[in-house]
Design a protein around this ligand. Structure first.
Ligand code: F6R
Length: 592
């Protein structure tokens, strides 16, 4: 959700570098974009609504400058217009700024500035920050005025600021991602919302923490702790992501690339530092109340976790969506443990849940993919899922890796981490068969049959009930077909009224204690004319179409979601949707 990219260094094609960088952040979701670059005595701003054009050579890309910044905006405050797009600037472009996050008290500050004569042309909170910096600039240096403005901002933010007469970049963050890439030539820096945006140039990074600011000049960089008002030192860290891991390669879309990577990503997830798994398992056992918290797909993974802990560790844990977690605040104590699940580690609702928990002294564990994320940085313990960059908006490989970690934790709580690991290794090798083209061709037959249906349903029981819900999310977000998941047993309490002739119903039938019951639910649906697509290790009579999955026992949620991910992808392609960038959605939901 929104992307920031900025460049300062010896290269003279900064605007082109920035546009390229913004294109690499497209996966985050956006509806308008803009670039600003410094000339000898001015800052030139170009903004557009819509998609970042293909890299055609033009005045924007040819402009010569060594200092530029850009932004892809996903509208929150104010509609999708060029005026509201970033960069935002003061009247004479003295201060130019890009901003992610939400400036919660902007209306109050805007009124104060209006009284002082400031005129606003956009509806954004961002423009208010530019004017605030300008106002402080009447008394202070550029650095001091940015710092003072930041101190007035309530909410989460990541900002990059330019000033007309200064060859400097000021950048700061709180609760919104921002990473500095350190280039190979001396004094070259990239600032971006995500590492893959500058991976082509460098794998050396500096992570800014909350309330920290960097002042980057042509020949210097310094870091400040905004709250303590003092200079600090920051470490340069070398990361092991490579360019290929964040590019599509020979695949037509990121989504299918990431689905196909799951054998490897699962293996990486399983190969955890045994110490951290044991440590977290111990914390779970010692806790008085454990909450699994996440949003969307990561939330469904948390729900799977609830079943896994019950089944494997005989332990009751609670699940809550990030946005609902606050309702449990009265039950939180210093003995509570919160386990947050998130691909990006930047989801605002989950971060807010953490804030609520921290106020009560709750210990936080996070299971995240982006190790540099806010969530990872504010947690007491972190289990990285190591899935590599996930760029398609629809989560696939991160999902199965998160389920793998929860499976491992559940086994570790029962003293059987080795058994869990072995089971997961076997599962990883078995899913290899599901990731070959022949498997995809088989699923394509059903995709072609159902591509024009209005609605479809998914049923599951036990740990495959949350997988039915997750299947619905996958199908909804990329195929745009109405899809809903139900617990098999709930059908006859209402939803079965939706079934008519040929309504597709996917039944997730694992070889476990729920098998008989879910098959009986499928039979009830079939009796009302439903068309049953069975996802199961064995072919059952009730199936009209069978998608075979390996029989893997406790890891059935992992193997059951993969064919649905493939089906969702194929439906998106058949219906001419962009599976990587579904409408109205952003990869990282950084607003509430
Ligand atoms: C759906 C999807 C979303 C995310 C949700 C949380 O495919 O990806 O539902 O799961 O927005 O995001 P993270 O995992 O980054 O916290």
């Amino acid at each position: 959700m929104c992307g920031i990219f900025a460049y300062i260094g010896p290269k003279t094609n900064a605007p082109k570098i920035v546009i390229e960088g913004l294109k690499k952040l497209e996966y985050r979701g956006y509806d308008s974009w803009g670039v600003a670059y410094k000339t000898t005595d001015d800052i030139v701003i170009n903004k557009k609504v819509g998609k970042i054009e293909e890299m055609k050579e033009g005045p924007w890309t040819k402009a010569k400058s060594s200092l530029a910044m850009g932004h892809s905006r996903w509208a929150t405050h104010g509609g999708v217009t060029e005026k509201n797009a970033h960069p935002q600037a003061t009247e004479n472009r003295d201060i130019v700024l890009v901003h992610n996050g939400i400036f919660e008290n902007y209306l109050e500050v805007k009124k104060q500035l209006q009284k002082k004569g400031h005129k606003f042309i956009s509806q954004t909170d961002t423009e208010v920050i530019a004017h605030l910096i300008e106002e402080y600039g009447k008394k202070f240096s550029f650095e001091e005025s940015v710092k003072s403005a930041i101190k007035k901002i309530e909410g989460r933010y990541a900002i990059v600021v330019l000033k007309k007469n200064e060859n400097k970049i000021m950048t700061a963050r709180k609760g919104s991602p921002l990473i500095i890439g350190v280039g190979t030539p001396k004094n070259e820096y990239f600032i971006a919302s995500d590492i893959p945006a500058f991976l082509k140039y460098t794998n050396k990074v500096i992570y800014l923490d909350d309330d920290q600011m960097a002042v980057i000049g042509e020949k210097s960089i310094k870091f400040l702790d905004i709250k303590k008002d003092k200079e600090i030192k920051k470490r340069i860290i070398k990361i092991d992501w490579n360019v290929e891991s964040s590019e599509k390669g020979d695949f037509p879309h990121f989504m299918i690339k990431e689905i196909t990577e799951q054998k490897d990503t699962l293996t990486k997830a399983i190969n955890q530092d045994p110490e951290i798994i044991e440590k977290v398992a111990q914390a779970i056992k010692n806790a008085y109340g454990v909450y699994l918290v996440g949003c969307g797909t990561a939330g469904k993974v948390g729900m799977v976790g609830e079943y896994l802990f019950a089944e494997i560790a005989k332990k009751h844990v609670n699940f809550a969506f990030g946005s609902e977690f606050g309702n449990y605040k009265d039950f939180l104590t210093k003995k509570t443990l919160m386990i947050c699940i998130s691909q990006s580690g930047e989801t605002a609702d989950t971060l807010e849940a953490i804030e609520t928990a921290k106020k009560k002294g709750v210990k936080i564990v996070s299971i995240v993919n982006v190790e540099s994320s806010t969530m990872a940085r504010i947690s007491d313990m972190v289990i990285p899922i190591k899935a590599g960059p996930e760029k398609a908006v629809a989560s696939t490989k991160a999902t199965t890796s998160q389920i793998a970690i929860l499976t491992l934790l559940a086994y570790a709580c029962d003293g059987g981490v080795k058994i869990g690991k072995q089971l997961l290794i076997t599962t990883a090798s078995q899913i290899n068969d599901m990731l070959n083209p022949r498997y995809g061709e088989h699923i394509m037959k059903i995709a072609k049959k159902i591509k024009n249906v209005e609605s479809m349903y998914i049923i599951g029981r036990g740990k495959n009930y949350p997988i039915a819900l997750e299947s619905a999310i996958k199908l909804q977000e990329v195929s745009y077909i109405h899809a809903e998941g139900f617990a098999g047993g709930e059908l006859k309490h209402g939803p079965i009224a939706l079934i008519s002739k040929n309504t597709p119903v996917i039944a997730l039938v694992a070889n476990d204690e729920n098998k008989k019951d879910v098959l009986s639910n499928a039979t009830e649906v079939k009796a009302r004319g439903g068309y049953i697509i069975g996802v199961s290790p064995e072919k059952e009579e009730v199936f009209d179409f069978w998608i075979r999955v390996p029989d893997t026992g406790s890891t059935s949620p992992i193997v059951n979601i993969i064919p649905i991910q493939i089906l969702a992808y194929q439906l998106a392609v058949l219906r001419k949707n962009d599976p990587d960038k579904p409408r109205n959605l952003a990869k990282s939901v950084t607003v509430k």
